[in-house]
Design a protein around this ligand. Sequence first.
Ligand code: GRF
Length: 190
Amino acid sequence: MAPLKVSVLISGRGSNLQALIDACATPSFPARIVKVISNRPAVEGLARAENARIPTQVIDHREDKDRTAFDSRLHEALLEAGTELVCLAGFMRLLTAGLVDAWRDRMINIHPSLLPAFPGAHGPALAIAAGVRVSGCTVHLVTSEVDAGPILAQAEVPILPGDTVETLHARIREVEHRILPEVVGELIVA
Ligand code: GRF
């Protein structure tokens, strides 16, 4: 079977993108990254894609008059790349219901908490503030409600005494780098 064509959406560091790039380097891995799209120019994740000779595109949301205009450029770029699966990996923009519906069951996100706990942009900080002993990460299908779609995979990460947002998030990222490629490698996209 032909490998699944994945487009990865990023906004920054791209360490999860790197984990997918590394997984795709194994010939038997059943997916390939066909495009990396960032809503921010000159971020580290774009350099990671370029190093791996993956086509990149910057779609800067500041150039669009509203979310619908941005999302329609995104949609076109995804179609143009022949995308079969969209992977949000540190993509820090809310998407319109129209775009989410267009990619229903074909768009996944990685989130740094055990959803449904601590959705939103500050998962690790919220977990520390709440005083929980265990956090983790979640890969889920994207629906129009933020961080609330059906869960595909989760893994726990303990919160250690003295953890800061940075140390916790760094340990969560290590686990994300394992579960995200696992999900992409096992996903059956209709
Ligand atoms: C990850 O922790 C991911 O769960 C969250 O944003 C972070 C992105 O990290 N959505 P990176 O850009 O992949 O390094």
